[in-house]
Design a protein around this ligand. Sequence first.
Ligand code: AMP
Length: 395
Amino acid sequence: MSTFESLGLEPELLRAVAARGYTTPTPIQAGAIPAVLADRDVLAGAQTGTGKTASFVLPILQKLGQERGALPRVLILVPTRELAAQVADNVKAYGAHKPHRALCIYGGVGERPQIDGLKAGCDILIATPGRLLDLCQQGYCDLRGIRCVVLDEADRMLDMGFIHSIKRILKLLPAQRQSLMFSATYSEDIRGLAAGMLHDPVKVEVAARNTTAERVAQLAYRVPKEQKRQLLVHLFENGVGDEGPWQQALVFCRTKHGANRLAQQLEAAGISAAAIHGNKSQSARMRALGDFKTGRLRALVATEVASRGLDIKELPQVVNFELPNVPEDYVHRIGRTARAGSSGAAVSLVSPDEAGLLRDIERTMRQSVPFGTLPPLPAPEARPGARPEARRRAV
Ligand code: AMP
């Protein structure tokens, strides 16, 4: 087992760590601290509670040396004011024997004190993207001295719609710099952002179970592809077992076309439904979401991309009509149901060709998903265009 000394931390920091009462680095710290000290870019999969903040604050403080600078040298981007304050507390605690100054910049409060703070100078800037970009564009903030940028809770920042601000901020930074990214989940957007900003990153994965997945009651059904729709209708009408009909469910499909078709089929079966995906206009998406939130729609059929940032409180039911190709997307999907800390349920319809995907998901979560007994369903219907003999067999 590693110690903080063995990670290469300097005495000033070891004293501060000891003062906090920490004796052993957490896994994320053991993985990230040596990499950051070695000037490597880092991509870390870690949630709050894993000790992730110290895993970047400690080595960053060490790399700042003992001098103060005229311009900020470290930029830590965070999604919320609360997290900014938390990171600042960590900088203060771990930097107790260091001379560096940290400044927090976030929206929702007056700009003036923050502008004054920037004028007074700081070494570490901790900021939410929107306000920071604002102050940069007004000429109050000069990011040309940044040597290290951290994206903390990158997935949450993207969920909150900060992607464009982040990209603009990154353009204001020197190309020669170190970049660190922390994210609890790896969606396609996160992977894209990482590919664009990280150079040959050291990847640090924390073995801790995903707490989102733990909070959500999960169930899978083995079901032939052509019976998935009937099973879904059955679940809307009867629920799992005899729990009673589902009021509402967010249903995930893999393709836009599939989402459209399923929404139509549900409608035809008497279940009010709408599809949301990338081909729908923003106003159509907002309308569908609004109708779902007010209860006018029982089913919202979504593709992966369209699901980002959907904050639907107290949604009890998520259905994976098709499993995602990427295990992390599964965690992301089912996370939609337990947003407000409510316990939820995620049901996956797994056709034989998706068995491998489910195994990957279970491996990633370090948790197995129990199978439910398939309820009696009508025989699969022939698909239009199916060969006549297939159609005969189906009836
Ligand atoms: P974080 O994931 O950064 O939000 O940290 C979660 C909590 O773990 C915070 O209260 C930290 O102060 C604490 N913590 C961080 N590193 C350690 C460690 N090595 N040993 C024990 N607790 C720690």
